[in-house]
Ligand binder design. Structure first.
Ligand code: SF4
Length: 373
């Protein structure tokens, strides 16, 4: 299915080469970074330069399937064309500055970006699948109270090249024969506040000339940006994951200030209307926090709230950190919450976050001490 180049290197705790980061060759800042362009963008670019439209497909394959960093290596392009490309375009390349391995097999990739900012991704290798969780922003403007990323505030959106570059960089470090099978846009940031760059990145992930991933294997997460959920649903048949985390308006406003703009009822309504391809469920992420949202009454309300929506609920016991005042739930509370839902036929699984020891778990990315140098 997927023939994106994802071979070579090693998995997990491979030390990254020193100085890794966002490689901008020569005067790339003044040229067009081709990795910022999806097929349509590449098509416009080549036509503007006076070249034939079919060149766009050729370039897309070299950039995203072969992961080439230099025009010289694009052997099916004429020398004249390669020289012309060199004058107006460049190919950026994201390299990890650090790779930090967790005891549970996941690894956090830390990238230094061209402007000194930082992005992080998480590699989650499992039997039969390799998932990369990518960031969409540096920091996050939504400031969910339980989230370390949100505590640091918002810096900027990641570019298309920086979003797709995370997957390519992780892929280069996989064991021989392994490839990225799943992408989840669930790292730092609110993806639906960066639609301008998320949409071309999704097109690159899904394109047969790009990463060629099935839409079943691409997931976009949101805290509930209602108008953008509608736009996403109209344009992409990808999986939607909604970070819910509360069962009353009041509790959600407390935990997630974005709820003041997009109330819980509006988010659930948008989920009800969300176009779903056959048999696809919406995933609801529910971080269980002791004394905040982990009572049996919450389970009862959650069940009622999502009635009629084909849903999968991920119950995520909170990862305690010194950066928030919140506490992890008791095991019995987690079990009782899950039991209530499961007994009523709801697909509810407890997800112990991967990468807890390395600051790569849900809500931990961007944690100051998580940067292991
Ligand atoms: S939980 Fe997600 S949306 Fe909320 S602040 Fe953290 S990164 Fe942003």
């Amino acid at each position: 299915m997927n023939d994106v180049a994802v071979r070579g290197g090693r998995t997990g705790a491979t030390p990254a080469r020193p100085g890794g980061g966002f490689i901008l060759p020569g005067s790339c800042l003044e040229k067009t970074d081709l990795k910022d362009l999806d097929l349509e963008g590449l098509g416009r670019f080549v036509v503007q330069q006076g070249w034939e439209p079919y060149r766009a497909v050729q370039l897309m394959k070299w950039l995203f399937q072969k992961d080439l960093a230099s025009f010289d290596q694009m052997t099916n392009l004429s020398r004249t064309f390669r020289e012309a490309l060199e004058r107006v375009a460049c190919i950026s390349r994201l390299e990890p500055r650090d790779i930090v391995a967790s005891e549970d097999g996941s690894s956090k990739f830390v990238f230094a970006l061209h402007d000194g900012e930082r992005a992080e991704s998480v590699l989650i290798p499992e039997e039969g699948r390799v998932t990369v969780c990518v960031s969409s922003q540096v920091g996050c403007p939504l400031g969910c109270r339980f989230c370390v990323t949100g505590k640091g505030g918002f810096v900027r959106n990641l570019s298309v090249a920086e979003i797709v570059g995370q997957v390519q960089a992780v892929a280069r470090h996989l064991d021989e024969g392994r490839r990225v099978t799943n992408v989840v846009v669930m790292g730092m940031g609110e993806p639906l506040l960066n639609m301008e760059n998320l949409e071309p990145a999704l097109r690159i992930f899904l394109s047969e000339h790009g990463f060629n991933l099935s839409h079943r294997r691409v997931t976009v997460s949101t805290a509930g940006i209602v108008p953008a959920m509608e736009r996403l649903g109209r344009s992409f048949p990808v999986n939607l994951a909604v970070s819910l985390n509360a069962t009353t308006e009041e509790a959600r406003r407390e935990l997630m200030p974005v709820s003041r703009k997009y109330p819980l009822a509006a988010v659930v309504d948008a989920c009800r209307r969300y176009p779903r391809t056959s048999r696809k469920k919406i995933t609801f992420e529910y971080v269980l926090i002791a004394g905040e949202n982990d009572s049996l009454n919450d389970a009862v309300r959650l069940h009622a709230l999502l009635r009629g929506i084909p849903a999968k609920i991920n119950l995520i016991p909170y990862n305690e950190t010194p950066h928030t005042g919140y506490r992890a739930p008791r095991l019995e509370a987690v079990k009782a919450f899950q039991d209530y839902l499961v007994k009523r036929g709801v697909h509810a699984a407890v997800r112990w976050s991967r990468g807890r020891d390395i600051g790569a778990a849900c809500g931990q990315l961007g944690r100051p001490e998580a940067a292991v140098g």
